[in-house]
Design a protein around this ligand. Structure first.
Ligand code: ATP
Ligand code: MN
Ligand code: MN
Length: 290
């Protein structure tokens, strides 16, 4: 089987459909990541990275991989990190589009970085509020929830950024100056989530309980812990229709209809026509927890 060279990486079986018959092929997935790589990398590089790999495509079984293997590719870097149980293990990270494409060759569809960087994994530089609406919750309510979090954070002196998850919800992401421990950051996020629930208990819940979530939006603050990940901007999701997690300017969320509003095709078009990063400024903001 002849391979297709994309961004210097040989992609085998480029014609193989990844999202079911008639959907994007492996070669098209590689071309997608090649085209959006420069938008995606600022958020992805230098962070321990978990992968969702789908050897038989998104319609087959997929698995979550957090540990490095030499077979992943030459530009797929590794970093030794402590494990919860006290041992150490090799984790994955990438610094360039070539590394991303080598992972695509290994059937990676989704990219999930940590909220801290490889040189100091115990000091987060990103917080995330992951809004998970229960079935039947109106999309407008999800948008309103994200805006409320933004306002609360702004009142605490913190600027935040929004993206679609490519699934049901939105993520609100907050860059912070490295310093506070994961425990401190997590406690702060819990406070923000609790404050929203106290204000609108008929709309929001801050407990992970599925049973109590009916009709509500779960403000998932639990992602703010060492080793936890969230999907990165521009990553595809291994779900029907090839949806993408898309970073947006705050004004843009008014026009959305769902968290899966961007698919691969739309994201590709956006990557080509965007003049500035919708998250412009995120890397240089120096904000501290109050
Ligand atoms: P949705 O909008 O559909 O909720 P999501 O990406 O926010 O999409 P969640 O289930 O809310 O999905 O998970 C939030 C993040 O937590 C994910 O983006 C992923 O990085 C991480 N995560 C989710 N499930 C797992 C898992 N089984 N193992 C490890 N990390 C996970
Ligand atoms: Mn979510
Ligand atoms: Mn969640």
């Amino acid at each position: 089987m002849a391979g297709l060279v994309v961004g210097g990486v040989t992609i085998t079986h480029p014609e193989r459909p990844v999202f079911g018959e008639g959907g994007p092929s492996k070669g098209e997935v590689a071309a997608y990541y090649d085209a959006v790589g420069h938008w995606m990398l600022p958020e992805l590089r230098q962070r321990p990275l978990s992968l969702v790999r789908c050897p038989q495509g998104a319609t087959g079984p997929c698995f979550f991989q957090k540990h490095h293997a030499d077979t992943l590719g030459e530009h797929v870097r590794s970093v030794t990190l402590e494990e919860k149980d006290g041992g150490a293990a090799e984790y994955i990270y990438v610094d360039d589009v070539r590394g991303v494409l080598e992972l695509v060759q290994m059937n990676t569809l989704e990219f999930h970085p940590w909220g801290s960087r490889v040189d100091d994994p115990d000091k987060p530089d990103r917080m995330i509020f992951d809004l998970d609406p229960a079935k039947g919750v109106e999309w407008k309510a999800v948008v309103a929830g994200a805006r409320m979090i933004r306002e609360r954070l702004a009142a605490a002196g913190l600027e935040s950024f929004v993206r679609t998850s490519g699934g049901k919800g939105l993520h609100v992401v907050v860059p912070i100056r490295r310093g506070p421990s994961w425990e401190k950051v997590k406690a702060f996020c819990e406070c923000v989530a609790d404050a929203l629930v106290a204000e609108k208990p008929a709309l929001y819940i801050a407990e992970a309980s599925k049973a109590k979530r009916e009709g509500l939006i779960f403000i998932d603050w639990l992602r703010n812990t060492r080793g936890a990940t969230s999907v990165t901007g521009w990553s595809l999701r291994a779900r029907p229709g090839a949806p993408v997690a898309m970073p947006l300017r705050w004004e843009e969320i008014a026009r959305l209809k769902t968290g899966g509003a961007f698919d691969m095709k739309k994201a590709m078009k956006r990557a080509k026509t965007l003049e500035a990063d919708p998250w412009e400024g995120i890397a240089t903001l120096k904000q501290s927890l109050p």
